[in-house]
Design a protein around this ligand. Sequence first.
Ligand code: GLN
Length: 212
Amino acid sequence: MGAFGPPAEAPREALWIGVLASQGGFAAHLRALDSLGADARAVRDPRDLEGLDGLVIPGGESTTISKAIARDGLEAPIHKLVEAGGALLGTCAGMILCDREHLGLIDATARRNAWGRQLASFEADLEVSGLGDEPVRAVFIRAPWIESHGEGVEVLAAVDGHPVVVREGRVLCCAFHPELTDDSRLHALLMALATAAREERRASSGPATRGR
Ligand code: GLN
């Protein structure tokens, strides 16, 4: 119970989920989202963010992605997307970019390359709260961990006491690369958060706008 699979009741129309394509491993995220039935699109400029239900900030090199976000004027529209009810998944470098010192989308501080040289890359079977009993095969590549976080941040998984999957509201961050395995439960969780937010928006905008 409590497992997030592909949305059981398929939404009436596909969710629009963007993947920031400035740098890094965005193509595999697009494929994972596509296979779950989302309308997945690469995001390179602010117009690509319009109308999205959710966004993935992929792994890569956080300094490079951060500069690209500034260069392409994406910071304000990403904030706007989340404020308007969009869901967000930041993975690896994407988790770093969501933290207090970067986009400030989550009340947490990530530590870059946290596992040191010897553990620069490793795999682990992780129990992730809310994703069911089956562990997630997590591929860590020069990964961060969450060094500190506020009370509103829920830790969904940890390795040696270091949080590696966290969530605050509709913002979900993981330190590993879910796009590198066949297990798309984290993408499904992002889509579930986006669907719930969309339903809320529809409910609050009342019957007058339904079916438009
Ligand atoms: N080490 C990278 C950084 O600090 C993140 C690595 C990754 O995304 N796989 O930006």
